[in-house]
Design a protein around this ligand. Structure first.
Ligand SMILES: [Zn+2]
Length: 196
């Protein structure tokens, strides 16, 4: 079961209060829509569960903003570019018009530890999370609160070279070296979970 969404747990520091610009934003938008359509990012009042990002050539990454409805047509200002994260001060340095996804620290931690990963798609789907053990998907050992450093650390604990993991009683993370591969990986596991 997913914990109810109750806001971000960090401070957003705006380097520039502008929408991020990147030619691959269109691809990210397509995947947001597909995640909604496939039931991989279920809606809640005022947003959707799940957050998608890709790494840029300059070392930053671009992620869905908080309270983004993935069923909607998303404008550039629904996304936020992350320049840096400070775990000690719980500050996130961004270019954007709104706070980034609540799970930005988790994305940051994965990008720091997996130089091969260029795209991270986090979604929520009960069939996948409930069947993780049966399907042999690596799973974090304990339930932890969303949006915390503890959640990012628990993911790091099972990350290894795995490209698909489950966050216990929460959701899944698909990571790959392109957005298309990350999205396809999530859909592949959804199919396996559905027929299980
Ligand atoms: Zn989540």
């Amino acid at each position: 079961m997913s914990e109810a969404y109750n806001g971000v747990k960090f401070t957003t520091v705006y380097k520039d209060k502008l929408p991020p610009k990147h030619e691959d934003l269109a691809v990210l938008k397509q995947w947001c829509k597909l995640f909604h359509e496939k039931g991989l990012a279920p809606p809640y009042p005022g947003g959707s569960y799940g957050n998608l990002s890709f790494r840029t050539a300059t070392g930053s990454f671009i992620i869905t903003g908080t309270c983004i409805g993935m069923k909607d047509t998303l404008a550039d200002d629904c996304f936020v570019e992350i320049h840096d994260c400070n775990a000690a001060t719980k500050e996130i340095i961004v270019t954007g018009m709104r706070p980034p996804s609540s799970e930005t620290f988790m994305h940051y931690t994965i990008y720091q530890n997996r130089k091969d990963v260029q795209a991270i798609f986090h979604g929520h789907n009960a069939q996948i999370t409930q069947n993780a053990f049966a399907l042999g998907i690596p799973e974090t050992p304990e339930t932890v609160a969303y949006g915390t450093l503890e959640l990012a650390e628990s993911v790091l604990g099972i990350l290894d070279s795995n490209n698909f993991i489950v966050i216990k009683e929460h959701g899944f993370v698909a990571m790959e070296n392109t957005m298309t591969l990350a999205g396809e990986l999530a859909i592949e596991w959804l199919k396996k979970a559905s027929t299980h």
